[in-house]
Design a protein around this ligand. Structure first.
Ligand code: ZN
Length: 464
């Protein structure tokens, strides 16, 4: 049995199927589902905040990886050309602390976890990114960006630190709808006497410890909120279509990114803001203190890529996802139902020397319509099950309608491809086909000894 990469199917998707599909997405800025309109026709520029590389990614970190890869696949299946960038934050206190604990340089730590994260992305079957900028690569640009904000009066230096003045723009908190006055209530005024306003945030931090760079204000390092803005500007130059990340980044991180962009470029950085909800473990929040942190790499080892993606996408991306034995079992069962139907259907085609091609039907279009409605995966999964039901009845049918069977199989394989789930493409060679026919003949003749022997061989070969 030969395994064939399914990716090429995208390229040969019927052009009419790819064009003019309306995609609606929930915009965290308007709190509404809106029709997606690209800045440049047929193009999508997308940035998703990447990891701070001081440890392995837990399954909560894997959720945006899968969600935004699926969104990208959806756009591509609708004919868009997607440029998707995601950064590595390789300057951070946590990296510095870990480097000092292990008595190695910061770059040893960050490279170790960049490699681990890249490996995880591959294991999760994500498509290659357009750009993966690192903070250390754009330090000159970060310093000159902060300098511009100081010169324009949007930021100020205080004892070697630089802060962004939240009152210097008139729409601070536009994303999370927080008002500066409300933020002040409850803020500890004595927390940082270097700030004019307690809500002002750090653009540059003076420090003697660990990684540091010279700047006009002090030897130090930049603040996290500035890093992402500069990397987005560096990769895309101008306003982007979609900025994504976990819900926990909405405030302050993304509001602070917007504030700087508004001050610097007089626009809000991105047209669409998308946030995925968090993951719970057995109904509880995942946290170090509860001791229930699950590493994504271990979960992929345990369950395999397809089950992890099916499980992660089975809950709508804006709802909290519960990770438990029960949800894992459900995902395994559901996916196995789909995979079994595809396998048996393909074997039936192969025995008749009927080859898969590119023809798909309206079931695929219905699936895309559901996915295009803010990634309505619940309805999209229902469509898959509906098509699988048709495959199963075509497998059982006595009057062989192999053309319909083939088209349904093609359609489901392409639906799964949008979800990043790869299916084994079964091609049987002549010897395997003969064996299969012999097995059927033994069964008919009630020669169960020989039938069982052949069955074992066929199972070993992955035919049965
Ligand atoms: Zn970011």
């Amino acid at each position: 049995m030969r395994l064939v990469n399914r990716r090429f199917y995208y390229e040969v998707l019927d052009k009419n199927r790819k064009k003019n599909k309306m995609i609606k997405l929930y915009n965290s800025k308007s709190n509404k589902v809106e029709e997606f309109k690209p800045i440049v026709e047929n193009k999508v520029n997308m940035y998703v905040c990447g990891p701070t590389v001081y440890n392995h990614a837990h399954i909560g970190n894997a959720r945006p990886v899968i969600v935004f890869d699926t969104l990208r696949r959806l756009f591509e299946s609708c004919g868009y050309d997607v440029k998707y960038a995601s950064n590595f934050t390789d300057v951070d206190d946590k990296i510095i602390n870990k480097a000092q604990e292990e008595n190695v340089s910061e770059s040893v730590i960050s490279q170790r976890y960049i490699d681990a994260y890249s490996k995880l992305r591959d294991e999760l079957n994500t498509l290659p990114l357009y750009a993966t900028p690192k903070v250390t690569q754009v330090m000159d640009k970060i310093i000159s960006f902060i300098n511009s904000l100081v010169e324009s009066g949007n930021a100020y230096e205080s004892q070697g630190d630089v802060y962004f003045s939240v009152t210097s723009i008139d729409n601070y908190g536009v994303l999370s709808k927080q008002k500066i006055e409300d933020l002040l209530v409850g803020a500890r005024i004595d927390e940082n006497t270097k700030k004019v306003n307690p809500s002002d945030f750090t653009l540059w931090k003076k420090t003697e410890k660990g990684l540091k760079w010279d700047s006009p204000w002090s030897t130090g390092r930049p603040g996290w909120h500035t890093e992402c803005v500069v990397m987005i500007k560096d990769v895309f130059a101008d306003m982007i279509d979609i900025h994504g990340g976990g819900m926990d980044l909405r405030f302050p991180h993304h509001d602070n990114e917007i504030a700087q962009s508004c001050a610097f470029q007089k626009h809000e950085l991105a047209n669409f803001w998308m946030h995925n909800a968090m993951i719970n473990i057995d109904g509880e929040k995942m946290s170090k203190s509860l001791g229930n942190v699950r590493w994504a790499k271990d979960i992929v080892d345990l369950l395999g890529t397809n089950v992890v993606r099916w499980l992660m996408l089975g809950t709508h991306y804006r709802s909290e996802l519960n990770f438990s034995d029960e949800t894992i079992e459900t995902a395994k069962k559901e996916l196995s139902k789909v995979e079994t139907a595809l396998k048996l259907g393909q074997v039936k085609l192969a025995i008749s020397r009927y080859k898969l091609d590119d023809e798909i039907n309206e079931d695929y279009d219905k699936f895309i319509s559901e996915m295009s409605n803010d990634l309505n995966t619940a309805n999209a999964y229902a469509q898959i099950f509906d098509s699988v039901k048709k495959i199963n009845s075509l497998i059982r049918a006595n009057d062989d309608d192999l053309t319909s069977l083939k088209v349904y199989i093609n359609s489901v394989i392409k639906m799964l491809d949008v979800l990043g789930i790869s299916v084994k493409n079964i091609c049987l060679n002549d010897e395997e086909i003969l064996m299969y026919e012999q097995w059927v003949a033994y069964k008919k003749a009630k020669d169960f000894d020989n039938a069982d022997k052949l069955r074992n061989i066929l199972v070993e070969k992955g035919v049965l």
